[in-house]
Design a protein around this ligand. Structure first.
Ligand code: ATP
Ligand code: MG
Length: 406
């Protein structure tokens, strides 16, 4: 079937009060960005809905892309006709004829939104259902569990006829909840946390700490690859701040309290990230921490680590099991990259028995003894290399519309 338009629906949640207009503008902007490879398309919106005019473009690839855009709850390819009985009937029949196979059961679902239309919704179910049943005698009506729901949406400007409602990713449109920094390692967890942040409408800038030349270029390439994947889900290219952590890590490793190394490293990372956040207008820090996963992610450790910043720490994976995180990583196509074997800075000089219950007083004492630490942190911020990462080469990814998320 050559469809005319795609209608997109977004959640009520995003539509409350005076924010509505802002959300709609952001939605439109991100949809246009994601579909910029399809120049034939036109866009328009009306109260609470948004439409893409296909202008001859095949709806298939456009719909695949829409599945990964946050803020869209569902969408449907629609055939458009005049809001008149005869036209609606003909269009409904045409749509039925175009189906690859006629199902056994169906149900009519007409919504008359435009109240001047002379027939009510219920009456229309019969008026359109009858000719459909006449033309397809093998079809019967099942209102409870139909195989197919033939829908008509009657608005003043047009009637929209369709039979598919495709679930999308939900969440909030890009940037509608502000900007946060994402601490992006090369591991499995932090890209998933970044994706969840984007889904909640956060604009994300990524910060990666490397210990080049102790860590390899490949380790950095891997992070770039992950940022590219995140950029696919974002409505704008992603800034990736590459921070050299070598000097700080080497300095911290000199401390006699070796079991506190990770705690101190994570605190230094937070201090640097906080400074970058202030510089770039971000109001929170997203990490891939998950309660109990490693020594630095016990509640005691997180208590001591988190005190290094005043910014809100956003930990979307905190209550998730590893397998649940892996399932999402697989779905969003970061997993294969994350499991490549290149080491990031955290795996260097790692103590055999990192503390799971560090003392804030001892940690602060250790840090105070390292006089150069504040200057090193400042230097790391000053020498940051910022890359602008866009999704370019990535085109396919299906994350939504399937069950078993977790
Ligand atoms: P991941 O799989 O995301 O690497 P992890 O289970 O290995 O997480 P940790 O190494 O303890 O856990 O790191 C916890 C969080 O700290 C990460 O999810 C990430 O947000 C941040 N982090 C760790 N190492 C780095 C790094 N080299 N650069 C940026 N952020 C990092
Ligand atoms: Mg890690």
């Amino acid at each position: 079937m050559q469809y005319d338009q795609i209608v997109m629906r977004y959640g009520d949640l995003t539509m409350k009060g005076r924010n509505r207009n802002m959300f709609e503008q952001k939605m439109l902007k991100q949809v246009k960005h994601a579909l910029s490879g399809y120049p034939a398309l036109d866009y328009w919106k009306t109260y609470g809905r948004m439409y893409i005019k296909l202008n001859g473009q095949d709806h298939g690839p456009v719909m695949e892309r829409l599945k990964d855009i946050f803020g869209i709850v569902s969408f449907s390819p629609v055939v458009v006709c005049k809001p008149e009985l005869a036209d609606i009937e003909q269009t409904a029949l045409k749509l039925m004829r175009s189906l690859p196979a006629i199902p056994q059961t169906f149900k009519m679902n007409v919504r008359r939104v435009w109240k001047q239309f002379p027939h009510g919704s219920h009456e229309m179910n019969h008026l359109i259902g009858a000719p459909v049943l006449r033309e397809f005698p093998e079809l019967s009506v099942n209102v409870k569990q139909p195989e197919l729901e033939l829908r008509v949406d009657i608005q003043e400007e047009a009637a929209y006829v369709f039979c598919e409602v495709i679930p999308a990713s939900g969440g909030f449109p890009f940037g509608s909840n502000g900007k946060a920094m994402l601490q992006l390692s090369g591991g499995i967890d932090s890209p998933v946390a970044g994706w969840m942040g984007l889904r909640k409408g956060l604009e994300i800038e990524a910060v990666h700490f490397h210990s080049y030349p102790y860590t390899s270029r490949q380790a950095q390439d891997k992070v770039i690859e992950l940022a590219k994947r995140l950029a696919y889900y974002s409505a704008a290219p992603i800034k990736l701040h590459m921070v050299s952590f070598t000097e700080i890590q080497t300095e911290l490793a000199k401390s006699k309290q070796n079991h506190l190394l990770i705690t101190m490293m994570r605190r230094a990372m937070l201090r640097i990230t906080e400074k970058l956040a202030l510089e770039h207008g971000a109001k929170g820090i997203v990490t891939g921490e998950s309660l109990g996963q490693v020594a630095s992610q016990t509640l005691s450790s997180m208590n001591v680590i988190g005190r290094a910043t005043v910014l809100p720490l956003i930990k979307p994976l905190i209550m998730m099991d590893k397998q649940e995180i892996i399932n999402i990583a697989t779905r969003i196509k970061t997993y294969e990259t994350s499991i490549l074997p290149f080491e990031d800075c955290c795996t260097l000089f790692i103590p055999k028995t990192p503390s799971t219950n560090p003392s804030l007083r001892v940690v602060e004492g250790q840090e105070a003894a390292l006089e150069d630490l504040p200057a090193m942190i400042e230097r790391a911020v000053q020498t940051v290399e910022t890359l602008i990462i866009s999704a370019e080469t990535l085109t396919e990814a299906v994350t939504a519309g399937e069950e078993d998320w977790f």
